[in-house]
Design a protein around this ligand. Structure first.
Ligand code: NI
Length: 155
């Protein structure tokens, strides 16, 4: 496994639309492993492939320690409720803002064995799914922020 460099806001790669994965190759599995290591090393709860310079529709999420969710070609198929909470991004270090997100989402994706599955999440996990899937379309949380927060407002 290898820790990858995380691109920062201003890098044009973060603004590109990613291509779907057609087949899960060993190279894709290595990328997933490296993304997990990179996310953990940066103390993040999610990471999208474009953040490490790979324009593929791949996301990893770990909102609860040890519970890694790998999403290949993810799409949100259901959303419900609303939440407005503080959000940040490993590509936008040191900045936080309130975003308007659904309270619950269901995501359909492919796993590393090539099987389709569905996963639902609420609260932080729902925000994380929305945030990371936005990255695949070149969208950063700062595009959607309701209000940026002063660092003193973030614990
Ligand atoms: Ni992010």
């Amino acid at each position: 496994m290898a820790k990858l460099n995380i691109l920062k806001d201003g890098d044009p790669t973060l603004r590109k639309v990613c291509r779907p994965v057609e087949a899960v190759t060993p190279r894709i599995c290595t990328l997933l492993d490296d993304m997990i290591e990179t996310m953990r090393a940066a103390n993040g709860c999610g990471l999208a492939a474009p953040q490490v310079g790979v324009l593929r529709r791949i996301v990893v999420v770990e909102c609860e320690e040890g519970k890694v969710i790998e999403l290949i070609n993810p799409r949100i198929i259901a959303r419900a409720g609303k939440q407005e909470e503080a959000e940040g991004c490993l590509s936008v270090p040191g900045r936080w803002g309130l975003t308007d997100r659904p309270r619950h989402v269901t995501v359909r994706a492919m796993d590393r064995d090539g099987n389709e599955f569905e996963v639902s999440g609420s609260d932080l996990l729902a925000r994380c799914f929305c945030h990371e899937i936005d990255h695949l379309d070149g969208i950063l949380f700062t595009d959607k922020v309701v209000r940026m927060l002063d660092p003193s407002e973030v614990e």
